[in-house]
Design a binder for this molecule. Structure first.
Ligand code: TXA
Ligand code: MG
Length: 362
């Protein structure tokens, strides 16, 4: 299949491009589109043949359910039975936006979409291009992130092309996405409701409207039946082996500098993924080693601007991975507010390799 890329204006998308993409979706084709979080790989959610193509293109296991995107809250009842009061509150406050709500599904939603679960995940994206597309298509759109399975989610069309060229019909390219991490998922089929995935809407924001919400992100292996589908730990994985360092900034830097010395002495090529302040502080230590081509560094945002850190995280992981380093040392930025989502993605990429460093100044 030949993949076509159409550039669209992110504020005022060209109507002809949107019409073409909407027609392709109604026809059962695969269309990649930007959302405010990451790029999505869309198909007509009520057409099982179209939905199957998503799993094939991504090489995604069938036990990982998809998020269904709708144009507005009025479309919820096309896919779900009822909406608990807490879910309605969240939807009214945070839709359109980076929030996904899990509800009891209607029989019209194919089992393929929900991996056989009796529930369905719904989201109203706020990106102008996504909204125009949902409205024009007139049908719910199933869309996971538009990456190959276990690669970091794409925040630019170039990332999508790297992973899916020749596997999708159309890509709408509207430039880099704003938030950079996937939506927050809250599951209202459980009592109390569960935060299944932290994202652009923080736990604290959800908690302020739904005080009974409980954090529960299970991690299962790829082969196990999934209690919390999709939340397998090896997700967002770079090719390099990533280790996440947590703790007071200065202590973490000292530890990383020592580990870099050991690794480079052993002949390993290593990369450092860190906020720009940490890379600046490490610069003198690294200068000698970088010139020998053994240490690559890529910043992800700044400790004083975690929104930028979130926005840049996946692109930075991809960039570092593309240098061919064998190992990545990643500096964490805490675990509250937006940092909770950053921490979640980094710890999944680390697949258990987490070093808690103590001591030093905070
Ligand atoms: O920001 C986003 O949510 C992006 C954009 C494209 O909208 N989409 C996205 O989709 O991240 P994906 O497929 O990468 O993540 C879907 C995840 C599943 O892995 C699973 O964790 C959760 O959503 N999910 C879907 N349906 C569910 C259900 N019925 N119950 C519990 N979790 C569900
Ligand atoms: Mg994904």
């Amino acid at each position: 299949m030949k993949t076509r890329v159409i550039q669209v204006d992110r504020e005022k998308p060209d109507a002809a491009a949107i019409e073409e993409a909407a027609a392709a979706l109604r026809d059962g084709k695969l269309v990649v589109f930007p959302t405010e979080t990451v790029y999505g790989l869309g198909a007509h959610a009520l057409d099982p043949i179209a939905v199957q193509k998503i799993f094939d293109a991504k090489e995604r296991p069938a036990n990982d359910p998809l998020i269904v995107h709708i144009a507005h809250i009025g479309q919820v009842n096309q896919c779900a039975v009822g909406m608990p009061a807490g879910a309605r509150k969240l939807a009214l406050s945070f839709w359109a936006g980076p929030l996904t709500i899990v509800l009891q599904k209607k029989p019209e939603v194919p089992d393929l979409v929900t991996a056989g679960l009796p529930s369905v995940a719904l989201r109203v994206p706020s990106h102008r291009v996504a909204r125009a597309l949902m409205e024009m298509a007139g049908v719910p759109i199933a869309a996971p992130s538009a990456n190959r399975f276990s690669r970091p989610s794409p925040t630019t069309a170039a990332h999508v092309i790297d992973d899916l060229d020749g596997r999708v019909d159309l890509i709408l390219d509207a430039g880099p996405t704003d938030i950079g991490l996937e939506s927050t998922i809250v599951d209202f089929t459980q009592d109390p409701p569960l935060l299944r995935r932290p994202g652009g809407i923080t736990f604290e924001q959800v908690h302020s409207l739904v005080p009974e919400v409980v954090v529960q992100m299970e991690k299962g292996g790829a082969d196990e039946p999934q209690a919390a589908p999709g939340q397998m730990s090896r997700h967002y994985a770079p090719k390099a082996e990533l280790t996440l360092y947590e703790g007071p900034a200065e202590a973490v830097r000292t530890r990383i500098a020592a580990d870099v010395r050991t690794a480079t002495a052993a002949g390993d090529r290593v990369g450092i993924l860190a906020p720009e302040e940490d890379l600046s502080a490490l610069a003198p230590e690294l200068a000698a080693r970088a010139s020998s081509g053994r240490v690559e560094t890529v910043p992800y945002g700044s400790r004083s601007d975690l929104e930028r850190s979130a926005r840049e995280l996946y692109a930075s992981i991809r960039a570092l991975d593309a240098t061919g380093v064998a190992r990545i040392f990643a500096v964490g930025v805490g675990a509250e507010g937006l940092a909770r989502a950053i921490h979640d993605r980094l710890s999944r990429a680390a697949d258990g390799r987490i070093k808690a460093v103590t001591g030093g100044k905070p």
